[in-house]
Design a protein around this ligand. Structure first.
Ligand code: SAM
Ligand code: ZN
Length: 210
């Protein structure tokens, strides 16, 4: 079995929020630092576990990996769950075949806090209360004020989704036009020896191609 590399960071109190992860050796751009692990659950299960509305300040160890699945690092999680969000991050979280890996996107000196952009997906109907709940405290010059994705990113995604829906609709309509009408079943099975043989069976017309 491969020996596990010691972590490049330690967990301690953070100036951003609660605990954070801090480099304990110089980290090089591109280094994969840790896998975000935990229990894999559905969004519905996550909603049952955590009711955002009842939280004064949002706090969970959830990571969305797809429209179906979420990793809940409250259970079976490791140190990765303490990596905070920043709007000007030094790391990124990449999803590969359903697994999440945190990597450095630039060189990081000893002592610097590690962070990646959580970019929580917006639904578009966020209230002022939601904005307050997801307020970002990263304190960087590039802070957008929210742990949620930028509104511009949300709008671009919605435009892309609408365009994809329209393209799918157009493709379905085109396909429907091209589909051959099903051959009509004869009303009755012709008798082996028709009493009165028809003069000649007309050749079946080929369906029109549009
Ligand atoms: C995965 S945990 C990160 C570890 C957390 N600091 C702790 O001590 O448990 C995610 C939570 O940390 C907090 N958090 C992380 N980054 C933040 C930021 N930039 N601004 C405000 N809160 C943040 C939020 O409460 C968020 O729900
Ligand atoms: Zn910020």
């Amino acid at each position: 079995m491969q020996k596990q590399q010691p972590l490049a960071f330690e967990v301690r109190d953070s100036g951003i929020a609660g605990k954070g992860a801090f480099a304990i050796r110089p980290i090089t751009k591109g280094e994969q630092l840790i896998e975000y692990v935990g229990e894999r659950i559905t969004h519905a299960q996550a909603d049952l576990r955590y009711d955002d509305e009842s939280m004064d300040e949002h706090h969970t160890f959830l990571f969305t990996i797809s429209s179906r699945m979420v990793i809940d690092a409250t259970y079976d999680g490791n140190e990765s769950r303490y990596i905070n969000h920043s709007c000007d991050p030094n790391c990124e979280a990449e999803i590969e075949n359903g697994r999440v890996f945190i990597s450095a996107i630039r060189d990081i000196p000893v002592g610097e806090e590690l962070h990646y952009d959580y970019g929580y997906e917006r639904s578009g109907d966020e209230t002022e209360e939601d904005e307050r709940r997801y307020k970002c405290l990263c304190g960087t010059a590039k802070c957008r004020g929210s742990i949620m994705e930028p509104v511009s990113v949300f709008k671009a995604r919605k435009r892309k989704e609408a365009a994809q829906r329209a393209a799918r609709k157009r493709a379905a309509a085109k396909k429907a036009k091209q589909v051959k009408p099903a051959a009509k079943k004869p009303a009755k099975k012709p008798a082996k020896k028709p009493a009165k043989s028809p003069a000649k069976k007309p050749a079946r017309k080929p369906a029109k191609k549009k």
